[in-house]
Write a protein that binds this ligand. Structure first.
Ligand code: ZN
Length: 127
């Protein structure tokens, strides 16, 4: 299987999708993690100890200790690299089709988070 096939199979087992009609011909796609499948919203390396960040656009994001340190240090590039390296470990090496798609997806999501996070992080350990 290619990187994108592996990624889609993973998302199908982990994410729920719903469509909200917000106006005539305007639909918003919502994604939610299936209960029991939660983990770091940036990587899946550590799922036990971390932090919650409130955002102004959804229910908040959960970050493991390592990702949270990158966020606190405004290391956007480090956060991107960590997410992509983790994805390649799980789904295989990205090919020419996957690289632009994954780069755009990760960059868009992480920028949305970094612009929308509010207040300070709150410790939340799942152990
Ligand atoms: Zn993480």
């Amino acid at each position: 299987m290619t990187f994108l096939e592996n990624l889609r199979a993973f998302q199908e087992g982990r994410l729920m999708y719903s469509v909200e009609e917000v106006g005539p011909n305007i639909n918003v796609l919502h994604t939610e993690v299936i209960p029991g499948q939660e983990g770091c919203d940036f990587c899946s390396v550590s799922w036990d100890k971390g932090w919650i960040y409130e955002t102004d656009f959804d229910d908040g994001w959960w970050a493991c200790l390592e990702c949270s340190e990158l966020i606190e240090n405004d290391d956007e590039e480090g956060l991107f690299v960590r997410s992509v390296e983790d994805a390649e470990r799980r789904f295989g090496r990205m090919d020419a089709e996957a690289i632009p798609l994954v780069t755009a997806m990760v960059t868009t999501q992480q920028r949305k988070f970094l612009r929308g996070k509010t207040g300070v992080r709150v410790r939340d350990d799942n152990v």
